[in-house]
Design a protein around this ligand. Structure first.
Ligand SMILES: [Zn+2]
Length: 90
C-alpha cells in the first residue's frame, strides 16, 4: 500500500522557481511564458487540447506544471543534478 501524494512539476532556473505569466492572444488562445528573474531565460508554453497526446510519439510525458506570477523566492538546491534521469522508481 503506497500512499501517493499528488505532485506537480515546478519550472526551475538558477535555483529558483521561474515566474509564469499568461498572455491572451488576439485569436483568443493563451500563451504562458516562464521567465527566470535571475538570468532572464524565457520559455514559452502553448496551450493545447489534451485530445491526442500520442501524436508526440512514444514516451511522451504529460506534466502537470505549476506556474505562478509570484513564485516563492526560496532556494531549490536539491534540483541541481541527478544522473540517471528523472524516471521515478517506485
Ligand atoms: Zn536562470
Amino acid at each position: 500500500m503506497t500512499e501517493e501524494t499528488p505532485t506537480v512539476w515546478v519550472p526551475v532556473c538558477c535555483g529558483r522557481m521561474m515566474r509564469c505569466n499568461l498572455f491572451r492572444q488576439a485569436d483568443g488562445s493563451v500563451l504562458a511564458a516562464l521567465v527566470c528573474t535571475m538570468c532572464s531565460k524565457n520559455i514559452t508554453l502553448e496551450q493545447e487540447p489534451l485530445a491526442e497526446p500520442n501524436h508526440y510519439g512514444e514516451g511522451t510525458n504529460l506534466l502537470r506544471l505549476l506556474g505562478s506570477p509570484k513564485p516563492p523566492k526560496t532556494d531549490r538546491r536539491k534540483v541541481v543534478s541527478e544522473p540517471g534521469g528523472d524516471e521515478p522508481t517506485l
